[in-house]
Design a protein around this ligand. Structure first.
Ligand SMILES: C[S@@+](CC[C@H](N)C(=O)[O-])C[C@H]1O[C@@H](n2cnc3c(N)ncnc32)[C@H](O)[C@@H]1O
Length: 212
């Protein structure tokens, strides 16, 4: 009984600490002011400040897009009349000039659906900020995100235009070497970039690569 009470106390402490950090976070405050749905929006803004890709991205695919912060940024920073599609296994509130499919990226019909939406045209920019549900075990989380990125690579191998850009979140860990080897077959200029808005204590970083 005593042990259960202690565990509950610890859990409350942890969640209070999370709430404190969340509400005092500079990017959470900023996202409320700027009308973005996620603090992650600033990660994409900062990746774009470094790599400057939005100005020539007319066809954009955002995989794992909920709640829609990256879609809002894409809509704002891409040229007028760009075609933007977000996909997520959970729903989002609609965003003007942005389309959305509620699907798992591992669904069998995902290729067909993307192909129909972009009318067979190749895509300029593919984004993935997807993360698996965290288990708390860094090794397991790393391996699970690797399998997500492998699927993202299959999608980008098929749909990304020549010189099109892929940006994908990864949690650093041991299995990266093989993934990079796989990427090198179809992508060039592969770089890691950790935007300022990504918490320093998180092992998350972003892979940025160009289609050959
Ligand atoms: C960190 S959130 C993305 C936040 C988003 N970039 C934004 O700024 O609003 C990661 C998303 O990936 C989605 N996701 C994870 N695995 C997925 C899968 N297999 N298929 C589709 N969506 C997935 C989750 O549902 C979650 O909404």
């Amino acid at each position: 009984m005593k042990r259960i009470k202690l565990l509950k106390k610890q859990k409350n402490k942890d969640s209070n600490r999370w709430l404190d950090r969340h509400f005092n976070d500079e990017y959470v405050k900023k996202s409320k002011i700027d009308g973005y749905r996620s603090r992650s929006s600033y990660k994409l803004i900062q990746i774009n400040e470094k790599f400057k890709f939005f100005k020539h991205s007319n066809l954009i695919l955002d995989l794992g897009c909920a709640p829609g912060g990256w879609l809002q940024v894409s809509q704002k920073l891409s040229p007028k009349n760009s075609k933007i599609l977000g996909i997520d296994k959970i729903g989002i509130k609609s965003i003007a000039d942005v389309d959305f499919f509620k699907n798992d990226i591992f669904d069998d019909k995902i290729f067909k659906k993307i192909e129909c939406f972009f009318e067979g045209k190749k895509i300029d920019l593919i984004l993935s900020d997807m993360s698996p549900n965290a288990t708390g075990n860094k090794k397991v989380d790393h391996l699970r995100i690797i399998s997500i990125i492998e699927k993202v690579l299959d999608i980008s191998d098929y749909f990304l235009s020549q010189n099109g850009l892929l940006i994908a979140k990864i949690f650093q860990g041991g299995a990266q070497g093989d993934l990079i080897k796989k990427m090198e077959k179809t992508l060039s200029s592969i770089k890691y970039f950790k935007p300022k808005a990504s918490r320093s204590e998180s092992s998350e970083t972003y892979l940025v690569a160009k289609k050959k």
